[in-house]
Design a protein around this ligand. Sequence first.
Ligand code: BG6
Length: 486
Amino acid sequence: MSNGKQNKTVFTIFGGTGDLTYRKLLPAFYNLFSLYKMPQDFEILILGRKEYTTESYIEIIKPWLKKFTRTNFRDEVFDRMSEHIQYLVINFTEEADYALIKDVYEQWGGVQQRLYYLAVAPQFFAPIAHSLKNSGILDEKDSHQVMIEKPFGVDITSAQMLHQQMCQAFNDESIYRIDHYLGKEMIQNIMSVRFNNTLFEGIWNNLQIDNIQISALETVGVENRGAYYDQTGALKDMVQNHLFQILSIVGMEKPEDASAYDIQSEQVKVLDALIPIEKGKLREHLVLGQYSSGTSSDMTVKGYLEEENINTNSTTETFVAMKVFIDTPRLAGVPIYIRTGKRCDRRSTEVAIQFKAPEGILPNLLIIKIYPDEGIYLRFNAKKPGTTPEVVPVFMDFCQSCVYENRINTPEAYERLIEAAFKKDKALFTSWAQVLSSWKFIDHLVERINEEQMILHPYPSGQSGPHLADEMLRVDGRHWIDEEHG
Ligand code: BG6
């Protein structure tokens, strides 16, 4: 069908000399290209302020790709891909410069599918969208899609304002909001496991489930992102987006079909059903922490307050543990414990479903392992081999990432997301309704935190957060589960 000039796909990256482009976006393109998954006729237009030429830019990115591609790096593949890359010096805050972009598109000609990836700080999203519109670039009859990274606002009001501004240039259908957790293999797999196994789906309810735990612990600190992080904190950096995505997939009803609309509508129903935390009850539901100095991966590390670009008396939380309930017929009354933190004792993202059990019997446990291992762990009880009738816990441990073929066939999050965007599949992106619903809950929570002057608990780097996070579960007669300590 392609005649070379028609059906060209043009991917334009604003912020082409930033970390995200070097570490994630270009390696994702390389992987897609080497696996023959790029559209047949494509170009990548890189925009940056630095005075590079296309040739010098290609030299600069080569070592980054060598380091960060998932598939084997081959010079010959890189050279072929580089033929599709063009670097253009522009200042994206200067509307006049957009004429240069327009010239490049015109030189390519034909009907184009255009994707604009805004790998820039969020305050530039709306100005770039406006300049694209004012320069007439969006008037052309091509298909236009814009991809943006979180944060989508810092609360519901700013999110609404951003949305309104973006919608002056793009319609909502063409706005692709990235939550890279949706590109993770095992997060997508939660739906498959739930809806394709009567074994699980039949017991996925409040008659059988005792509690659910969603945990994302990191060993890294704020790294070089102090300025952003200090304004944001763990609640808005991780819970409002990534962890609520997981929560809504764990709690949702089966979508009618695999369309983005159906999946996202079911997810939104779960977010809308989150029960706001009552006045005076905050301390039973929430623990906020901040890391102090300590040992991480055998190294002595600074406390949060000593990190670069952090206010010396900052009260920003680097750890959150929270107990929430959702008011849906399926899971009403089941506590959902959420936990995330930086500078913890381990890097681990997982979902644990603990089932109810009669007195004296160890509860069944299902753990969906998202990172670093990808897999599913199931614990049940069986007879101890021998002549006594003793019952002992045993487990089945399916390690998806242990199998070489699985590992090399598992796309990285950005690879999957870029491919989905080319195909206009919005199921892997955050819908506007999801943004609204999650901010509604978080805004209410932040209001409570301020009203009740929530205390921030320090925890030494290298621990799994403040002790009070364990206490929150202990008073409920429970504990945090992970495979080793389950
Ligand atoms: C980002 C957060 O969205 O997700 C970071 O801004 C966090 O603070 C990161 O470290 C975690 O992502 P992953 O894929 O490493 O679990």
